[in-house]
Design a protein around this ligand. Structure first.
Ligand code: GRF
Length: 369
């Protein structure tokens, strides 16, 4: 095996295209930097390859990656990137190109299918590239990005010594809430009292004017507002994306839902799977959803409590991390009971988070049934 891998030439790829063409088959073309391959790339490339019978990947040269991504990139030189890329099942040939755009390659290769990933639409493709594709009669396919996988995210993680939950650094939290913010206050207090070795990277709310936001501001925590849209229990797609971007920018380790009233979905749920916790005012699986203290009273329970659990796509159903019990007193109203449950929440939630930092993801906490 030769020491140095040599990428294909444009003439090689053009020959491949012509051979396929004669056989009534299709060549797929895609391009990008592919600096640090991750599962999102692999899935995207598999999908792209399935659009035809062979695929060529045009890799941006080191010089063009620097122009596109800045002087720190690429992490891996073009020949290494080409060699790794060519080893993938979906990839039949790799060419390296120097321009920021793939226009001249498209003109030279005239692929049957052009695949592009991500947030692009056919309309938002670069105009020159689009004109070249149209002139070559190439079919354009936009494929969805795999949520939560990105090279930038991996680089951020590696650069931040604080990002490893079980490491020596501080656990970086995002706390999301919609209302009173007493759990946020408890987390802030636990950090100040050194009972929780963490820092709140961001507090995020869907209520522009809320006690939650005031508490964050007063503690000097970045207090972000995201407009969730008209349905008070749901988040618009734009808001889901905005929240994801805030979390990514803040390089958050754990997302804490503390009275956040809207349902979090993709891309956050997948990207932060196993790292989103919620505090709920009942002993789950009993009394899911809203009004849990009232439901406990209505059911004549002698005991209820609170649960800290992982968040999954199913509401209040993720793995239970810790629970604390609270007695239901004669004459309790939903308010009086909820107030006593919150006292327990304020102890339990910081404890779970601290355990997370010390030992990684906690296994069922003390008091769990
Ligand atoms: C808490 O009782 C929590 O269990 C529920 O919402 C409430 C939030 O209270 N999910 P606060 O805003 O932290 O005071």
């Amino acid at each position: 095996m030769p020491d140095d891998y040599t990428p294909a030439t444009i003439a090689d790829v053009r020959r491949l295209r012509d051979t396929l063409d004669q056989q009534g088959k299709k060549l797929v073309f895609t391009n990008g930097c592919f600096d640090l391959l991750h599962a999102g790339h692999v899935r995207y490339l598999e999908q792209a390859r399935a659009l035809g019978d062979a695929m060529v990947v045009a890799l941006n040269s080191d010089q063009s990656v620097r122009l596109l991504k800045g002087p720190e990139r690429p992490l891996n030189p073009e020949n290494d990137r080409a060699e790794v890329m060519s080893a993938l099942r979906a990839v039949d040939a790799v060419v390296v190109f120097d321009d920021e755009r793939a226009t001249s390659l498209i003109e030279a290769i005239r692929p049957h299918v052009y695949a592009k990933g991500g947030d692009y639409t056919v309309e938002s493709l670069n105009r020159e590239e689009r004109t070249a594709l149209e002139a070559a009669g190439t079919q354009i396919s936009i494929l969805p990005l795999v949520p939560g996988r990105s090279t930038t995210r991996t680089i951020n993680k590696m650069q931040s010594s604080e990002s490893a939950p079980a490491g020596n650094g501080l656990l970086r939290l995002a706390v999301l809430g919609s209302g009173a913010g007493s759990n946020l206050r408890a987390i802030i207090a636990a950090i100040a009292d050194k009972k929780l070795n963490a820092e709140i990277a961001i507090a995020l709310t869907d209520q522009a004017e809320s006690s939650f936001r005031e508490i964050a501001r007063a503690a000097g925590v970045p207090a972000l507002f995201v407009d969730g849209g008209s349905n008070p229990r749901r988040l618009s797609d734009a808001a889901q994306k905005e929240i994801f971007e805030h979390l990514e920018r803040a390089r958050v380790d754990v997302v804490v839902l503390a009275g956040f009233m809207r349902i979090l979905k993709e891309p956050v749920i997948s990207a932060y799977a196993g790292r989103i916790v919620n505090v709920h005012p009942s002993l789950l699986p009993k009394f899911k959803g809203a009004n849990a203290p009232q439901l406990a009273i209505d059911e004549g329970e002698l005991e209820t409590g609170c649960t800290v659990h992982l968040v999954t796509a199913e509401i209040d159903a993720g793995r239970i991390l810790a629970q604390a019990k609270v007695r239901v007193n004669m004459g309790d109203t939903a308010e009086s009971l909820h107030a006593r449950i919150k006292v327990e929440e304020h102890k339990l939630l910081p404890q779970v988070l601290n355990e997370w930092r010390e030992r990684g993801l906690p296994v069922r906490g003390a008091g769990a049934p």
